[in-house]
Design a protein around this ligand. Structure first.
Ligand code: SF4
Ligand code: SF4
Length: 163
C-alpha cells in the first residue's frame, strides 16, 4: 500500500507525459508513413503520369490507376499521360511505402497525417481528388493550357537519384 501511495505522490511532482490531443499534437518522426498525398510541381502540374508502377509494387493490391492522354489544351501532368483515376483502398493498405519507392516522379508520398478515419466502406477508398495536394500559391490548377512543344517527353525529366 505504501509503495502505491509513494507512486501516486511521486507522480504529482513529475512532468506529465500525456498531451491534450487533439488540441496538441506530437511531431511525427522523419520517416513516419502516414496518409498518402499526390504531389504537384511548383507550376501546379501533377507529378503523377499514370504509369501504375505504384499499383504493381503494392503487395496489398490497394492501388487502382487508370491513365489518360494529356493534350496541350488540357494538360494535367508534364508527361504523355496522367492518372484520370487514382484510388487507394485504405482498408487494404499496410503502409509499407513500396508505392512511394516505386514511383519514378515522386508523385505518391506517404505524408505525416495519421488522422485516418471512416465509418463506411465507400469512404475507405481515397480518390485522386482527395489525395491531390492543394495547388501551390501563384500556380494554376489542372487542367492547364500549355504551349505546344514545351512538354514533349513521355516521362518528365527527373533529378539524378545518385546525386
Ligand atoms: S503503402 Fe504499401 S500497401 Fe499501402 S498503398 Fe502503398 S504499396 Fe500499397
Ligand atoms: S503515383 Fe507514381 S508510380 Fe503511381 S501511377 Fe503516378 S507516377 Fe506512376
Amino acid at each position: 500500500m505504501l509503495r502505491g501511495l509513494w507512486t501516486t505522490l511521486h507522480s504529482l511532482f513529475t512532468k506529465p507525459i500525456t498531451i491534450q490531443y487533439p488540441e496538441q499534437k506530437r511531431p511525427v518522426r522523419a520517416r513516419f508513413r502516414g496518409r498518402h498525398v499526390l504531389k504537384r510541381y511548383e507550376n501546379g502540374l501533377e507529378r503523377c503520369i499514370g504509369c501504375a508502377l505504384c499499383a504493381a509494387a503494392c503487395p496489398a493490391d490497394a492501388i487502382f490507376v487508370e491513365a489518360s492522354e494529356n493534350t496541350d489544351e488540357k494538360r494535367f501532368s508534364p508527361g504523355e499521360r496522367y492518372a484520370s483515376t487514382y484510388e487507394i483502398n485504405m482498408l487494404r493498405c499496410i503502409f509499407c511505402g513500396f508505392c512511394e519507392d516505386a514511383c519514378p516522379t515522386e508523385a505518391i508520398v506517404l505524408g505525416d497525417n495519421y488522422e485516418i478515419t471512416f465509418t463506411e466502406r465507400e469512404s475507405s477508398v481515397y480518390t485522386r481528388d482527395f489525395l491531390l495536394e492543394p495547388v501551390p500559391a501563384g500556380a494554376k490548377p489542372t487542367p492547364q493550357q500549355t504551349e505546344p512543344g514545351v512538354f514533349t517527353r513521355s516521362v518528365p525529366e527527373m533529378k539524378d537519384p545518385t546525386d
